[in-house]
Design a protein around this ligand. Structure first.
Ligand code: IMP
Ligand code: MG
Length: 188
């Protein structure tokens, strides 16, 4: 059992930006537990491969995997679509898809789905490898910004169009180590 995050009440300053408390680590842990429970039910005995999208999903993937029951593998892939806190539509090629995915049950793990560009990119690369099935699990989902039609099978927390940091998510590389999640203050 993790200790409560006692620093949650304070504002976090990174460079020129200030972030305010948004989602507690306790709520995140509860959501990850619930997501993993539904994945455990669906993939019992199926030996799935998780494809986790770096960098943001490393903490989510780690917490989720520790609660997955049964055999599974994980592959970490990397793409990038954000620069600072502004959207950037250019997406670099996918690197790191090492596991053999043909005929396997694949679960794509995302920290956050925003426009869905990254997901589309990863999904297409996975599909090319002809897996038995592909599902998507994302901890956070900016559902009002999402522009794609790929189904989010396991969705943790739907959020409005805020820029958030913490629990793996960053602003210019900072903030990933925060246990709770903070949102960008827009009025100062
Ligand atoms: P998309 O391609 O627009 O869906 O953006 C997805 C990627 O952008 C995520 O995997 C994150 O790495 C990053 N991202 C999107 N929204 C945020 C945010 O609010 N904070 C930090 N990173 C974000
Ligand atoms: Mg990501």
């Amino acid at each position: 059992m993790q200790q409560p995050d006692i620093s949650f009440m304070s504002v976090v300053k990174i460079g020129d930006k200030r972030f305010e408390p948004f989602i507690t680590s306790g709520r995140i842990q509860a959501v990850v537990k619930k997501l993993t429970a539904s994945i455990n039910l669906k993939y019992s005995g199926k030996d799935p491969v998780f494809v986790a999208v770096l960098n943001g999903s490393f903490i989510f993937a780690s917490d989720l995997l520790k609660q997955f029951k049964g055999n599974c593998q994980i592959s970490f892939v990397k793409v990038a679509s954000y620069s600072g806190s502004k959207r950037n539509s250019r997406i670099s090629p996918l690197i790191g898809l090492n596991e053999q995915l043909k005929g396997r049950h694949v679960i794509i793990l995302e920290d956050i789905i925003d426009t869905g560009n990254t997901l589309k990119h990863v999904h297409s690369a996975v599909k090319k490898a002809r897996p038995a099935s592909i599902a998507v699990a994302s901890l956070f989902f900016k559902h009002r910004v999402y522009k794609k039609s790929i189904k989010i099978d396991h969705c943790g927390i739907k959020i409005p169009d805020h820029f958030i940091i913490g629990y793996g998510l960053d602003y210019n590389g900072y903030g990933r180590n925060l246990r709770s999640v903070y949102k960008l203050k827009t009025n100062d």
